[in-house]
Design a binder for this molecule. Structure first.
Ligand code: PLP
Length: 219
């Protein structure tokens, strides 16, 4: 088992301002505990039920990030403990997160997912939809959510030029909206980069990389 070594060697290459999210989806608790014992405290899952089960079994100083597409009817299961939801791409979902956060007497941090890839299949808002959402009155009323940044996924390709173009595009959108004075927005996190493209993502301004297979092995 080389998990610990993988984790430590990736960590050593990250600049200080970049946070490592260990993407542990489909992996057993024993693997997560090995990463935990090596100092990792931030884990990402893409299924709510799986995240809840791991949260119940594992130490309580872990920060759990939801990185998958979230169905509104499942927000209630993670509202008590989730520390960041990465894939938020609609007002309807934000309203449900706000409602469940209120019930739990807390503020839930969210990232808005922006569609930067060429593929049609990936979720996310385009730039116009993003701006419309941030300007809408219904959005500004939500007091139990906080938008702390943006998330995006590049096209799955070997073409470095294209990946770089997409990441740079997201960074420019991030810089534009970071300066807008919106009450429930305080942008500091730019979540981009996975095992295959995180170095490029960091070059383009990522502050949080979501790394799974390079730490835990193939799924
Ligand atoms: C699975 C997943 C990752 C991690 O992918 P790896 O290639 O295994 O590093 C990152 N982000 C999201 C949204 C994912 O679903």
């Amino acid at each position: 088992m080389f998990l610990k070594e993988n984790l430590i060697s990736i960590k050593s290459t990250l600049p200080e301002h970049v946070t490592l999210l260990a993407v542990s989806k489909t992996k057993p608790v024993s693997d997560l505990m090995e990463a935990y014992d090596a100092g990792q405290r931030i884990f990402g899952e893409n299924k709510i039920q799986e995240m809840v089960e791991k949260w119940e079994q594992m130490p309580k100083d872990i920060q759990w990030h939801m990185i998958g597409h979230v169905q509104t009817n499942k927000v209630k299961f993670m509202a008590q403990f989730v520390s960041l939801i990465h894939g938020v791409d609609s007002l309807k979902l934000l309203e449900e997160i706000n409602k469940q956060a209120q019930k739990n007497n807390r503020i839930i941090n969210c990232l808005l997912q922006v569609h930067i890839a060429e593929e049609e299949t990936k979720f996310g808002l385009n730039e116009d939809e993003l701006n419309d959402l941030l300007q809408s009155e219904n959005f500004k009323k939500l007091q139990n959510i906080r938008i702390v940044g943006l998330m995006g996924m590049a096209t799955f390709t070997d073409n470095q030029t294209q990946i770089k173009k997409e990441f740079s595009h997201l960074k420019s959108i991030f810089d534009n909206i970071k300066v807008l004075p919106i009450v429930n927005c305080q942008l500091s996190i730019l979540s981009m980069g996975m095992s295959g493209d995180y170095k490029l993502a960091i070059e383009c301004g990522s502050t949080m990389v979501r790394i799974g297979s390079s730490i835990f092995g193939n799924r």
